[in-house]
Design a protein around this ligand. Structure first.
Ligand SMILES: Nc1nc2c(ncn2[C@@H]2O[C@H](COP(=O)(O)OP(=O)(O)OP(=O)(O)O)[C@@H](O)[C@H]2O)c(=O)[nH]1
Ligand SMILES: [Mg+2]
Length: 201
């Protein structure tokens, strides 16, 4: 019988300024990454059903550390700073990028990095470059199209198709792809179901 992808318990554990400072928790972890403002923190709140668990903001650059959430005392959910938002000062932007890249490269407990893509935007070079970098380094990842509530179903399908076409210029096959909305909760069960599959491996 399938296990229901329920989150019974979600607690904030701690924030760290670099992967070197993150303790070994001995639990599988999955992390959310993507451009600043794409909705990483909102998605964590939506999945856990706890508004305010991860801090969100209309202003890009809100999440500035590696933030750990303990889920059901069985796996860890990690909120990361966003990459590449032009309005964040260059020095800070580079610092975030380095923090994220080092986390992705060095964290042994990382089972899957979910790369969030804003459904409303045309394929962004920075997302494609980051995905190629993940591929080049053998880091397991999946895609999540966010803010699905902002588009009609047709427009959404078109946007996803555009992104897939852009990816297929470099890739032979596509990764797992999810579509979510933090406001309508679209995609919650699919994404949680997949995470449960991963962390039980
Ligand atoms: N309509 C809609 N708005 C969303 C959704 N997800 C996030 N937002 C809004 O987008 C803005 C950014 O959300 P955050 O979750 O803070 O984004 P983030 O990726 O964590 O941003 P940084 O921490 O700055 O990198 C907020 O104003 C959210 O309310 C969504 O699914 N639908
Ligand atoms: Mg955030």
């Amino acid at each position: 019988m399938a296990v229901l992808p329920l989150i019974k318990n979600a607690t904030f554990v701690a924030s760290f300024p670099s992967v070197d400072k993150c303790p070994r928790y001995g639990k599988p972890e999955v992390a959310f990454i993507g451009r600043s403002n794409v909705g990483k923190s909102s998605l964590i709140n939506m999945l856990t059903g706890r508004n305010g668990l991860a801090k969100t903001s209309q202003k890009p650059g809100k999440t500035q550390t590696i933030n750990y959430f303990n889920i059901n005392n069985s796996w860890m959910l990690v909120d990361l700073p966003g990459y590449g938002y032009a309005r964040v000062p260059k020095g800070i932007r580079q610092g975030f990028a380095q923090m994220v890249e080092r986390y992705a490269l060095l964290r042994n407990d990382l089972y899957c990095l979910f790369v969030l893509i804003d459904s409303r935007l045309e394929p962004q070079r920075i997302d494609l470059e980051f995905i190629n970098w993940l591929g080049g380094n053998g880091i397991p990842f999946a895609l999540v199209f966010t803010k699905a509530d902002k588009l009609t179903a047709n427009a959404l399908a078109q946007q996803k198709q555009r992104f897939a076409s852009a990816m297929l210029e470099q890739w032979e096959e596509l990764p797992r792809i999810f579509t979510t909305s933090a406001t309508s909760k679209q995609g919650r069960d699919e994404l949680l179901g997949y995470i449960h599959e991963i962390v039980q491996q």
